[in-house]
Design a protein around this ligand. Structure first.
Ligand code: FES
Length: 91
């Protein structure tokens, strides 16, 4: 018998709805993508665009899985912590 453990990648859902677009979700996507690449986590952490996550006006907002951790008012200084949260959760 062969048993192979399948790992789920961490997922960062980035809200791209109206309010978060105004709050800079495009730049956030670029920053997170660059962070994933620079950390060598491509394939372990992926980005997915999503509709409204709820806390409109406090954006840009993102939800990290596994764990369903919501991040609001994300700034450039928060990107590494968000990617790390997704990577740790995926292990
Ligand atoms: S528009 Fe982004 S959380 Fe509602």
């Amino acid at each position: 018998m062969i048993v192979k453990e399948l790992r789920q990648p961490g997922v960062i859902l980035i809200c791209t709805d109206k309010d978060c677009r105004k709050d800079g979700c495009k730049q956030l996507q670029c920053d997170i993508r660059a962070c994933i690449r620079n950390a060598g986590l491509k394939g372990s952490v992926r980005i997915q665009k999503t509709k409204c996550l709820g806390p409109c006006g406090k954006g840009p907002n993102a939800m990290v899985y596994p764990g369903a951790t919501l991040f609001t008012r994300i700034g450039a200084d928060d990107v590494a912590a968000i990617v790390e949260a997704a990577a740790v959760g995926a292990r």
